[in-house]
Design a protein around this ligand. Sequence first.
Ligand SMILES: Nc1ncnc2c1ncn2[C@@H]1O[C@H](COP(=O)(O)OP(=O)(O)OP(=O)(O)O)[C@@H](O)[C@H]1O
Length: 633
Amino acid sequence: MPTETFEFQVEARQLLQLMIHSVYSNKDVFLRELVSNASDALDKLRLAALRDEAPDADVSDLHIELEIDKDARTLTVRDNGVGMSYDEVGRLIGTIANSGTAEFLRELREAQDGGGAEGLIGQFGVGFYSGFMVADEVTLLTRRAGEPKGTRWTSRGEGTYTLEAVDDAPQGTSVVLHLKPADPENQLHDYASVWTVREIVKRYSDFITWPIRLVGGSGDDGEAAEPETLNSMKALWARSREEVSEEEYHELYKHIGHDWREPLETIQLRAEGTFEYQALLFVPSHAPHDLFRRDSGHGLQLYVKRVFIMDDCEALLPPYLRFVKGVVDAQDLSLNVSREILQQDRHIRMMQRRLTKKVLSSVKDMMTDDTGRYATFWREFGAVLKEGLVTDPDNRDALLAVTSFATTHGDGGGTATLRQYVERMPEGQDAVWYITGESRESVGDSPHMEAFRERGIEVLLLTDPVDEVWVDAVSEYEGRPLRSIAKGEVDLGAREDDRGDEEREKQAEEYAGLLGWMGERLAEDVKEVRLSTRLTVSPACLVADANDLTPALESMYRAMGQEVPATRRILELNADHALVKGLNEAYGEREDRSDLTDTAELLYALAVLAEGGRPKDPARFVRLMADRLERTL
Ligand SMILES: Nc1ncnc2c1ncn2[C@@H]1O[C@H](COP(=O)(O)OP(=O)(O)OP(=O)(O)O)[C@@H](O)[C@H]1O
């Protein structure tokens, strides 16, 4: 087969340009990326061999080799792992398979302007391309284990790459970097120096469980003449916390989490006894871009007796902890264990329970010991964690204990935990009040809030989509009911300037005719029209019955394809508002009420608008409104 030339996919080309014109200040990390890929390739081959899926592969001395050729100024990263077929090279190396790439490139450009690009790269599987930060030409020679022919891929990182079938390639992959001249001022070190390479491996890749051997030193100046193993290969999760530095943990996190940033939290757990395992878990400091995508990974890697078994092992943690990264190494599982078996395994279920509790208790500790870190955690992962309030009733209390919300307390910009809310609840208040909606601004200005604001009653502002769902499942916190300010009747207790019962009854009588009449006119949209105790400024608002679905929840169910009957809500009127008063008077005086029907309709539409909704028939609403305005001229 002749050498063929291909163009890089558009995104890949953009990414390469970013690499070449370096988005990173720290270029040393290219080696970590290539070593990480090599290590993954060795893991895959060993597992295939253990499962008898690679009968023709040579697994006798699996390792990574770094070779320096000072004269040619090349650094080669070689592994004898699983390798790639011709098709795979074209698919995996010339393109960027990740669908989030376009989004990533946009974020990257923005971050580059703001100087924060470094942290973003690792999330998006661009590891191999980082070679172009230090090399002006990269050659990759690879042969898939068990296959006869190999493939050579070459590129200068500009617009094209070449592919060529090769007869005599060794098993696995070697990446030859034709190094750019060193430029220490721009942190481009001399990667043909044994010292530099040794130091980078020690710093970034010491924990890699395969030997990383260095060959090609001259023996002079302390350089290695014999192959030298550069890493200690110690599985960090099997060592006690005292023996391991924070930095080492962080490097492991970056390897398995595909992240270039430090983790927010490191959690270690060792279970001894009948079912032994060790876990080393990390909470990232940033949510990944695909956290809410259904196919996003599940974070944890499963090892069995130090042998890598699988990535994204979803059986180890519940979906609401999918952002946790890490390693779980179990002693007593079979190497042949499959995802299906794991889902049903009793020990795995116990393990999941224990790991879940451990993560939640770490979040609790974070909350007590370091409020700044907890705030970061909550900003990044709060919306995901709250899914657990619905799906994991066993841990509901633990989850409620670490949950926090935006609140109207203080200057309205802060957050509150349920504990804080309850502790400052004034005497006489029996419920924890909240409102759900789309944004802090829209719920903050909602008419439902008026009486609460006037009386200084704290309201929690729940604006994540998941909030609509969990509030339905959780009815109380430590014996206090959780209540929506937009549902049911509210009785906020008497105030000095409140009307007495007598006066209220009188008002009810005065309005009875109007309310009944409006109820009939608007029967298609509302099930009742009544006077409000929650309005002080707005003329009207809509409330749901205590057990009704909210409009947001209704549309959420519909979006998921579920049939739900349209819920009619209750229209509440503010009897102190001039418009409502005038309407009542006109209702009492006029025989012909056709005009008033339009006003009733407008009042309903205003209530819909006030909560951020959209009138049922916007064109009609505009017509009626324009007509009214015209009459005021
Ligand atoms: N040494 C290698 N041996 C076998 N396959 C490899 C090797 N290096 C890369 N690949 C294949 O090419 C794919 C793309 O590699 P690349 O480094 O660009 O991204 P990634 O490894 O998926 O993500 P990241 O580097 O961020 O972990 C890998 O997923 C792997 O399938």
